[in-house]
Design a protein around this ligand. Structure first.
Ligand SMILES: C[S@@+](CC[C@H](N)C(=O)[O-])C[C@H]1O[C@@H](n2cnc3c(N)ncnc32)[C@H](O)[C@@H]1O
Length: 288
């Protein structure tokens, strides 16, 4: 495809016209719906991802497609899904799982054993690799201990905006190669062979609930979490959206609870009143 000169209308394959105005309308819509910022540099990506969708829907022009997504909320959801990034993998940023294992795990297990419900949230979970990595780390390398823990008072919420990735998370079947970064004892204990793929073992799956949730919208829960992973989500947000999100995450964390964010993210300056930094991209909520 020729590179987009988005200052003037661009004619793509089949004579489809993609103009600067089309790009601006789509990028505003994605921002309003999801908080994700699409800079002009992403115009080629927007064009190529949506051109396929136009073909599938038998829509001739981008302006027709824009009218469609303005009216049809399911198609709008589809467009948002196509234009957000779902890249993820097991044990991504493994120092977070090491930190959890070395500094939080024992205390949370002790508290669960004494009757407290311990809650985890993978906010922007994509297809589930993050939440399952965390659950593996909680259950640990000793199978019998892990099986007992799996009966305990632990609950994992995994939420995302995109239906298709949530379905993958619920199905919990992944290519073997995807599980290669998982430490072998955890992989052996908490997955089962399913031919070319591995399935997450039932005791782990039962701990996790996948839910569609827009981080910009209402959060339909009134309980607080002990640990939140919100990694590689804010990176696509602008400063005001980030600030509001971090305020809300702080409000739904337990005092002394932990927030893990992505390696290239940082918390807005004002959030220092809620959090102290305890490791690289790891934050502890200050005691009340
Ligand atoms: C790059 S993935 C990160 C996945 C995982 N947290 C990780 O670090 O590997 C970002 C995820 O955030 C989701 N997302 C983006 N904007 C969102 C929003 N407003 N509400 C909920 N999820 C959102 C996307 O659908 C995508 O699955």
């Amino acid at each position: 495809m020729p590179s987009l000169n988005i200052g003037s209308p661009f004619e793509g394959e089949n004579g489809r016209i993609f103009s600067r105005r089309d790009f601006d309308t789509i990028s505003k819509l994605i921002y309003r719906e999801s908080g994700n910022v699409l800079p002009l540099g992403k115009a080629t990506l927007v064009y190529s991802r949506l051109a396929r969708r136009l073909r599938d829907r038998n829509v001739e022009t981008f302006s027709e497609y824009i009218s469609l997504i303005q009216q049809d909320h399911l198609e709008r959801r589809k467009a948002v899904a196509l234009l957000t990034t779902n890249h993820t993998y097991f044990y991504r940023e493994d120092h977070h799982f090491d930190h959890f294992r070395d500094h939080l795990r024992d205390d949370l297990i002790r508290r669960a054993k004494s009757g407290e419900m311990i809650r985890f949230w993978s906010a922007g979970c994509s297809s589930g690799e993050e939440v399952y990595s965390l659950a593996f780390t909680l259950l640990g390398p000793e199978r019998s201990t892990g099986l007992q823990l799996a009966q305990g008072k632990f609950a994992f919420l995994a939420s995302d905006l995109t239906d298709s990735v949530l379905e993958t998370g619920r199905a919990a079947i992944y290519p073997k190669v995807g599980l290669a970064p998982v430490p072998a004892p955890l992989r052996n204990n908490w997955t089962k062979d399913a031919g070319d793929t591995l399935q997450i073992a039932d005791p782990v799956r039962k701990l996790v609930r996948f839910r569609r949730l827009n981080l910009l919208g209402d959060w339909p829960f009134n309980k607080t979490f002990h640990v939140i992973f919100c990694r590689n989500v804010m990176i696509y947000f602008d400063e005001p959206t980030k600030e509001e999100l971090v305020e809300r995450l702080a409000a739904c964390l337990e005092p002394g609870g932990y927030l893990y964010i992505g390696h290239s993210e940082r918390l807005p300056g004002a959030s220092g009143r809620h959090f102290e930094m305890v490791g690289k991209t790891i934050y502890r909520k200050r005691d009340a």
